[in-house]
Every structure is written in C-alpha cells, then in structure tokens.
Design a protein around this ligand. Sequence first.
Ligand code: C5P
Length: 223
Amino acid sequence: MGHLVIAVDGPAGAGKSTVAKRLAKRLGLGFMDTGAMYRALTLKALRRGTKLEDAEALVALAHETAIDLVDEAGRPLKVLLDGEDVSDAIRTPEVTNNTFYIARTPGVRAVMVEWQRRMGEKQSLVGDGRDLGTVVFPNAAFKFYLDADFDVRCQRRIDELRAKGVAVDEAALKRDLAERDHADFTRKVGPLKKAEDAIIIDSTNMTIDDVVEALVQHIHKQK
Ligand code: C5P
C-alpha cells in the first residue's frame, strides 16, 4: 500500500484506541495513541509540581521530555516517559482530569504535533486522537471520526474500569466525561472537530469488531 497514515479522531470513550490498535494490527501498520502522549506529559507535570496554569513552564517541560510509544504484537501499548514505563500510571483519574491543561496550551500542542508527524514520517501507522485528521495529518490517506452517544460512551468507560476491578462512581464519571467533551470541543487550538473529508462512524450500536470491519471495508473500497 506504500506509506500510509490513517487518522481516527473522536470524543473520549468512543472506542478509538481499541479500534485503532486492532486496525493497525489487521493492516500490519504501527499504532500511535496520541492521548497517551498528552497523558504522559500531564503525569510528569503533576509529579514535578509544575503549575498547570503556567503555559510557559508546560512548554519548557515538553521540550525536556522524551515520550516513546512501544507497540509490541499482542501486548498493550507501552508508554515510556523519559524511559520509564508509565502505561498504567497515565490512566489514573488524576491524570485524566488534568490533561486538559496540557491539551489547551498551544506551545505544548506544537511540540506534540511535531513528535506525531515525525512518527508518521518514519512509519505507516494508524493514529488516534482529537486533531489528527484536521491538524497533525491533514493529508492522511484515510480519516475516520468515531462517535457514540454520550450515555454509551459513559457506560463503556464504566464497564472498562469495572473489568479492571476499579470501583466506579458513576455520577462522577459522567460529570468528568461531560467536562472533557466540553474542553475538547471548545479549546482554541486543536479542538475536537470532524475533518471535512472524514468518514463518520457512529458506534453507538456497534461492537468493536463491527467498527474495525467497517473501517477495513472503507479502506479496501477506496484503494
Ligand atoms: O484519548 P485520551 O482520552 O487518552 O486523551 C487524553 C486527553 O488528551 C483528552 O482528554 C484530550 O483532551 C487530549 N488529547 C488531545 N489531542 C489529541 C489526543 C488527546 O488534546 N490528539
């Protein structure tokens, strides 16, 4: 297929990461979870005690940070922050709820976008995030926007956490997801937006397998 970038964007809890990872495996491409990168930098800022309102400090922090994604067959994506495996540490509610400070800072997004473009130049990949089809890879061969009703996205997150044995406060989770949606849709730089040429998939009534199959069909059809 030659060099190929496939962008999968959409709101939190739409199933993007799972779908993108499976699609990558199916097509033999790399996988890039850009949310994991924003999370990793958030974790570093929290540990350092960096003031999250201080845009300059966040940008400086981004410049002195190395984030690597290690995608090994059959294993969850490994996220390395300055060489340390933080794959689990970046999934805590504390990190999740503070990522928006990092995500709203234009100078930080610029650094992230550059890292992501470099990864996309090095290898063919499927990437998932919020701004891949609009900002990072405007020329991506395929752009998908994966959506699902709010209640279904909440329920998926609840099920996911419970499956891991985590106690869930449902009301708090719903409130947090609504806040994340709001922050994602309204930030000035790199907001969550459907690219004009994106294929929109509403996964409300679909399983993960259904969604992956739908994406594969679109890709084969257009090739
Ligand atoms: O996808 P995930 O929920 O792991 O992303 C974590 C946070 O990072 C999101 O709340 C979103 O605001 C931010 N993000 C972003 N741009 C991306 C990917 C994620 O701003 N491309």
